[in-house]
Every structure is written in C-alpha cells, then in structure tokens.
Design a protein around this ligand. Structure first.
Ligand SMILES: C[S@@+](CC[C@H](N)C(=O)[O-])C[C@H]1O[C@@H](n2cnc3c(N)ncnc32)[C@H](O)[C@@H]1O
Length: 394
C-alpha cells in the first residue's frame, strides 16, 4: 500500500484551484475533469488532504476505474476488485451511485448492482453469507460518466465545507469552500488590506484570515477515515501536529467585513470567534457606499445580493451602479465580485479583466475580476493599516 490512487472532488469551476492546492501540499495532479482531480499519494495523503484542502468537497480512495456498458460488465469487474483490502468483515459499506450520459441509465439499479457485486466478493473472501455491517464506515461511490466507471470509497464523511465554525449562517451564506476559492482566485496575500463590504455571516473574511494564519481548515473536525484500520492513528496525529506547527499566531495586515445588517455582523463575529480568528478581523455595520477609501492597493471581494434570492432587480442595478462609481475612484485597488445578476458589467460600468463561471449551490454565477496595479516592492501595508476607520472589535 505504498501509493494510493485518490480523487479530490470539487464544485464545477474550481478544479484549477484545488489542483494548485494539491501541488502546494506536494501531490502532483494526474488528471483533471469536471469536478474531480486524480492524484496519488501515500496513506498519509488521506490525512493531509482532508486536513488542509480549502476548496475541495471530499477525498475519495480509488478502488477501480474501467469501462462498462451493461450491468453484467459492471458486476463482473466490481467483483474482481480487492474490496477486502479495505472493508473488514464487520464494516459498513453503504453504496451511492451517479450515472450521467451512459449506456447504463438507472442510478438506483446501479447502486443495487454495486452492492451485490461487493457482497459477492466479500462472501468468497470471508466465507460468510451475512454481513452485519456494524463496524467502521466505508461509503462506496460509483460514478458512471459516458460509460467510464469510477469506484471510490469516501474518506471524508460530512463535506469539507463543514469546518465547524458556522453556527449561524445568515440569509444567503456562501459555502466555506467557495469563499476560500474566491480568496485564492484573487491576488490577495496576507499583509494586504482586504475587505468584503457585503460580508453577511463573514465567510470570505474568515476564510481569508484562516488562510493568512495558515490554519488548517480541518484541524478541529473528524473524518470518516479516522476509523479505518489501514490508516494508522499515528498518521492522523502527524497531520494534526503539522497543522499545529504551521499555524501563525497572528494575521499580518488587516482583513475586514461590513454589512448593512446588524444581525449579520453579530453572526460574523460569532463565527469568526468559533473559527479562532475573531482577534484577526474587524467587522462593522455599514452601507457599502461608506466603505473606507483612504488606502491604496486594497482588495475587495464581495458576494452582493443577486436580486434572485434577496433584494429586487432595481435595487441591485442601483447597487451595481454605485459600486462602479465608488471603485472608479479607487484606482490602485483590485476588486472581485461574485454574482448571478445579468448585466453586471454594464451596470458597474466596466468590463472585467477576467471572468470565471462558478456555481453558488445551484445558482450559476460569474466571478468578475478587476485587477489593479501591483503594489510597489517598498509599499508598507502595515503602515497603511494605522489609518483604519473601521470599528474596533466587538
Ligand atoms: C449574498 S449575502 C452575502 C453572504 C455572505 N457572503 C456570507 O457568506 O454570509 C449579501 C449581503 O449583502 C448585504 N447587503 C445588502 N445591501 C447592502 C448594502 N447596501 N450595503 C452593505 N451590505 C448590504 C445583506 O445584508 C447580505 O448580508
């Protein structure tokens, strides 16, 4: 079991972000397709990727990858795979199936067929007829896309966006994994001033602060594979020690969030404190038009109301026009806006330098990226932070 085949699943549009994260952890992506990145690593990679990846949904252990055009082909090939190397005689192995654009059409029948084929294999290996399935969980996923079958066992459990800090979600919160991706897709570096003037429950500033302090997003949670006998407890302890050793005590520079809704700011404070970054952030109740503009080379990342779920179209149009006016005065700034609202660029008054299609849940959005000039080498961000007009910590 030197090298394992693994797959990182992510939301559509974030594959390059997760590939870069994998490389930074020392794992070379082997292939990338819609929503998933294949890579290899030793057993410790299961612990480290679950612990550190910020924009990934889950990590799967690849057990088989083959072509099947009917249920006979599917059954025979699944029954050939070495399931017993992972699933013990008492373990649970629930199955889920997804079938897209394939000769096999029914996900329900696929799920039943996969279960039967694994049972068949394990019966032979363990000489048992009945499995109680009371032990550790090995959730099997069968994804069939254009007749290409990928069989994985989920190592993660509840999705990686469940960092454990969000008790209060606000009205239209971003997934933590998407918020982390928005920050990673900007040119923000710790030390540089960052603001989210529509911060709601604070997800973007909180994810930025966790990134800036090198806090592993999974450091406080449990993963399914923690119960697996093949992944030694020492490997999990090593990953936790690495996370503790790399964490910085303080965030350089200033990261802040503001929102017009007082309740949202109360939630943002609570979430930031639970995430362990309350002391690194500033939050204030404020209309975005009053955003502080007395700095240079700031970065604004925002997820304003779309006019679909919150607010109406006219309010949102006016908001885009006001944003355009405000940012036209901040000519050293870079700004990034995630919205599904049609005609954003027209209303904002400027074409974006880059656009990226992303999904906020089921809502198709565009991430508009306006890239300002790079700060000069000798620019002192810390010095600038002395001129803060944000509210102090609550
Ligand atoms: C889509 S939500 C942002 C959600 C946030 N990213 C999160 O993860 O919780 C949009 C936010 O914009 C805020 N908002 C609406 N109009 C505003 C204005 N004029 N100035 C500042 N905030 C405003 C709303 O209160 C809401 O919290």
């Amino acid at each position: 079991m030197d090298q394992l085949q693994l797959v990182a699943s992510t939301a559509f549009g974030l594959e390059s972000v997760v590939s870069r994260e994998l490389q930074e952890l020392g794992y070379e992506p082997l292939g990338r397709e819609d929503g998933r990145i294949l890579f290899e690593g030793p057993p410790s990679a299961i612990c480290r990727t679950n612990m550190w990846l910020r924009s990934c949904d889950r990590i799967g252990l690849v057990i088989g990858n083959f072509t099947a055009r009917d249920f006979d082909e599917l059954f025979d090939q699944i029954a050939e795979l070495p399931w017993e190397e992972w699933i013990g005689v008492d373990d649970q192995f629930p199955v889920t199936a997804n079938v897209v654009r394939s000769s096999i059409r029914s996900a329900v029948n696929t799920q039943k067929m996969v279960k039967r084929a694994i049972v068949e294999r394990l019966r032979k290996k363990y000489t048992r007829h009945w499995f109680q399935e009371s032990g550790a969980e090995y959730r099997v996923n069968c994804d069939i896309l254009r007749d290409d079958v990928l069989l994985t066992i989920d190592t993660t459990g509840p999705g990686l966006h469940k960092r454990g800090y969000r008790r209060d979600a606000g009205e239209a919160p971003l997934r933590e994994t998407l918020a982390a991706a928005l920050v990673q897709l900007s040119y923000w570096q710790p030390g540089r001033f960052l603001i989210d003037p529509f911060c709601g429950s604070g997800t973007i500033p909180i994810e930025a602060a966790m990134m800036g302090r090198k806090l592993a997003p999974g450091r406080n949670r449990v993963f399914t594979a923690m119960d697996w006998r093949n992944i030694s407890q020492d490997l999990w302890k090593e990953a936790q020690t690495e996370a503790r050793d790399l964490a910085l005590p303080k965030l350089p520079g200033q990261v802040s969030g503001s929102d017009i809704d007082k309740r949202a700011i109360t939630q943002a404070w609570r979430n930031a404190n639970d995430a362990g970054v309350g002391g690194d952030l500033q939050f204030s109740v404020r209309d975005f038009v009053e955003m502080p503009s007395n700095r240079d080379y700031g970065i604004m990342i925002a997820n304003p109301p779309y006019g679909e779920r919150m607010g109406d179209r006219d309010t949102v149009r006016k908001m885009h026009q006001d944003m355009g006016e405000l940012y036209s005065m901040l000519d050293t700034w870079s700004y990034y806006v995630l919205t599904s609202a049609p005609f954003f660029e027209k209303q904002f008054g400027r074409h974006a330098d880059r656009r990226r299609k992303l999904f906020n849940g089921q809502i198709e959005c565009t991430y508009y990226q306006y890239l300002g000039p790079r700060p000069p080498e000798d620019f002192d961000h810390e010095d600038e932070s002395g001129s803060s007009d944000d509210e102090a910590a609550s």
